[in-house]
Design a protein around this ligand. Structure first.
Ligand code: ATP
Ligand code: MG
Ligand code: FE
Length: 347
């Protein structure tokens, strides 16, 4: 089916029209320029900005796709997790359009969207597979069993991978968001310049948890390193960035490969903003090849937040008769295992 989709969970106002796994149009309005002066996303500012441009973005999505309402089978929107005020703008717009246009309404879990980003470049992909979700708020290993059916096998105990990039960039005074800036600097640095911890999570029973990660220790290690190196300027920012990125990439690669092997899954997909990271792409691809596993990354523009991935997930749900009631609310947190709570089965 063909779906109009809206994503306003954080600081991107995004609208897309998607026909199953094919993108007809994708509009992403980033608010980065507005938030960077504060060093992070200001929720109230994000909501207001979504409200100001959402209608234009919807109109533009139709123009770019060269389609009219007649082509649309359903209206989808991210309803969880995310900033409540920001989510409400998208959900209210989608519900209003669903009523006015008399089309089915489909609420989508943001992380299910990040998983579905992989289908946009690999339409023949089918479950089961392992998904490594690495974004601003999550670092998870997800066993993808079917549309809407997920099992979380690993998580972060503290900071998310993207959050670690953002925090390290802030302590290096590099600006926001940190991921792309560190990635660029790292490519000019020596990844072996400094040895940094890989963030293992110890288990009460001894040894390390094989799939969980922790990035707060790594962040503290970078802070200590910077404090020490500040005595002998200039700061070797490129080498610090490269060594930090190396540590994150190794840590994520080790866990994803172990998990895929243990569960007998031969495909690993990666999703979320950190899926754009060149260090992670390099390490995971190399390790996957050595282990006879297939690894898929979405195109860069579908790694970070966008509405095409939301529409892609919604089209799959709609085809299965899953639609949401117009009473559906927004939720700041919602485990991926609860996705089916968003749907009622159509008769
Ligand atoms: P979530 O999806 O968990 O709700 P989010 O939507 O804010 O969080 P995304 O848009 O998926 O997160 O990703 C944004 C994050 O990705 C930021 O933390 C950013 O620094 C990071 N990021 C983007 N590009 C890169 C890159 N090339 N290398 C590393 N990190 C990156
Ligand atoms: Mg964002
Ligand atoms: Fe996201």
């Amino acid at each position: 089916s063909t779906v109009l989709s809206i994503e306003t969970s954080c600081d991107e106002t995004a609208v897309a029209i998607v026909k199953n796994r094919q993108v007809c149009s994708s509009i992403v309005n980033s608010q980065v320029a507005i938030h960077e002066q504060y060093g992070g996303v200001v929720p109230e500012v994000a909501s207001r900005q979504h409200l100001e441009i959402i209608n234009q973005a919807i109109a533009l999505a139709f123009t770019q796709a060269n389609l009219t309402w007649q082509a649309i089978d359903g209206i989808a929107v991210t309803c969880a997790p995310g900033l409540v005020g920001a989510l409400l703008v998208g959900v209210t717009a989608a519900k209003t359009l669903a009523i006015v246009q008399q089309k089915p309404f489909i609420g989508v879990h943001h992380l299910e969207g990040h998983i579905y980003a992989n289908y946009l470049s690999e339409p023949s992909l089918d479950p089961p597979f392992l998904s490594l979700l690495v974004s601003g708020g999550h670092t998870s290993l997800i066993y993808v069993k079917d549309c809407g059916v997920y099992e979380t096998l690993g998580e972060t105990r503290d900071d998310a991978a993207g959050e670690a990039f953002d925090k390290v960039a802030r302590l290096l005074k590099l600006g926001y968001p940190g991921g792309p800036i560190i990635d660029k600097l790292a490519q000019k640095g020596n990844a072996r310049a400094f040895l940094l911890p890989e963030g293992n999570v110890s288990q009460p029973s001894g040894g390390y948890h094989p799939y969980d990660s922790s990035f707060s220790g790594l962040k503290t290690a970078v802070l200590r390193l910077v404090q020490q190196l500040e005595n002998t300027p200039p700061l070797p920012v490129e080498n610090i960035a490269a060594s930090f990125q190396e540590s994150v990439a190794r840590s994520l690669t080790k866990r994803a490969i172990a998990c895929a092997r243990d569960y007998g899954l031969n495909t690993i997909t990666v999703g979320g903003g950190v899926a754009a990271n060149s260090g992670l792409r390099h390490h995971l691809t190399t390790a996957a090849t050595a282990n006879n596993l297939r690894v898929l990354f979405p195109p860069l523009k579908f790694c970070t937040d966008n509405a095409a991935m939301i529409g892609c997930a919604a089209a799959d749900h709609l085809d299965r008769g899953h639609t949401s009631p117009l009473t559906l609310g927004v939720q700041s947190r919602l485990p991926l295992t609860h996705v089916m709570q968003l749907y009622q089965k159509r008769d």
